[in-house]
Unconditional design. Structure first.
Length: 238
C-alpha cells in the first residue's frame, strides 16, 4: 500500500522507510529459499517470484499457484545445499554457461535406475556412454517454457555425454531415484558396438513445462574410462 503525506518531513520519512525495506533485503528475484511455517513448524522449499514492500512473493515447490503468498524476511532462510549437486540459477529468455571438469565427479556403479519404466532415460545397452565420472547440477524450469541443455567437451578426444530429468526431488538422487516427469539423454549414436575413440561432439537435450514449473536434475557424464576432461555446460530457457 502506498501512502502519500504532504508534509516535507513526512515525505522524507516515507522514502527513508522505503529504502530501509530493500536495504536489509538479502534475497533477489528468482532466489531459492526455505520458508518457515509457524503452524506446521516446518520449512518448505520455494522460489521468489517478486519483491514487494511488504515482503517476498514466493511459489512453493510441488504446490499450485493458489498457494503463492507474500512472506516477511523473518520467515526466510537460504536454500539448503544438496550434497554433491550444484545449483545453477537460470532465468527465462537467458543463457547461462558454466565450466567444469569430470574429475570433480564420481563413477555411478548402479545405472539400472536409468532404464526403469518410471525413468526411461536410456536403454541399458547404452550404459557404456555413462560409465565414467559424473558431475551433477540442478536448476529450475519455469512453466510455459522450454529448456535446452548442452554440454560441449573442450577437447574432442574426451567423450562427454549428458542426461537430465524434470520433476527432481532433492531427497532422491541417482541411483536412488524412482520417477520423473520426463528424462532425456544425449550421446553419440551407434549400432552394434560403440567406437569410443571417435571424436566427441556437443550433446544436447530439451525439457518442457506447460502448466507447472519443475526442478531439473542435470548429469554430465564421461563414457567408460573417461574420468576427467574439461567441458562447458549451457542452459537456455525459451
Amino acid at each position: 500500500m502506498k501512502i502519500f503525506i504532504k508534509s516535507g518531513l513526512g515525505l522524507l520519512l516515507y522514502f527513508t522507510l522505503g529504502i530501509g525495506i530493500f536495504a536489509e533485503s538479502k534475497f533477489i528475484l528468482g532466489d531459492r529459499v526455505e520458508v518457515y511455517d509457524d503452524k506446521t513448524k516446518k520449512s518448505y522449499s520455494a522460489r521468489i517470484l517478486k519483491i514487494q514492500p511488504e515482503g517476498y512473493l514466493v511459489h512453493y515447490d510441488g504446490y499450485a499457484d493458489s498457494y503463492d503468498e507474500v512472506v516477511p524476511l523473518t520467515r526466510l532462510k537460504e536454500m539448503a545445499q544438496i550434497k554433491g549437486v550444484s545449483f545453477l540459477k537460470s532465468e527465462k529468455k537467458k543463457i547461462i554457461t558454466v565450466s567444469g571438469n569430470l574429475k570433480a565427479g564420481n563413477i555411478l556403479e548402479d545405472l539400472e535406475w536409468a532404464e526403469s519404466s518410471s525413468m526411461a532415460c536410456w536403454p541399458g545397452i547404452r550404459n557404456v556412454e555413462f560409465e565414467g565420472n559424473q558431475v551433477y547440477y540442478w536448476t529450475d524450469l519455469p512453466k510455459k517454457s522450454t529448456m535446452i541443455i548442452t554440454v560441449k567437451p573442450k577437447s574432442n578426444k574426451t567423450r562427454i555425454n549428458l542426461f537430465a530429468f524434470s520433476g527432481f526431488d532433492p531427497k532422491y538422487i541417482p541411483p536412488n531415484v524412482y520417477g520423473a516427469v520426463s528424462c532425456e539423454a544425449s550421446h553419440p549414436s551407434w549400432i552394434g558396438e560403440p567406437d569410443l575413440t571417435k571424436p566427441s561432439e556437443p550433446q544436447s537435450v530439451e525439457l518442457r513445462a506447460i502448466g507447472n514449473p519443475y526442478r531439473v536434475f542435470i548429469g554430465v557424464s564421461g563414457a567408460r574410462d573417461v574420468l576427467e576432461g574439461d567441458y562447458e555446460l549451457t542452459i537456455e530457457i525459451k
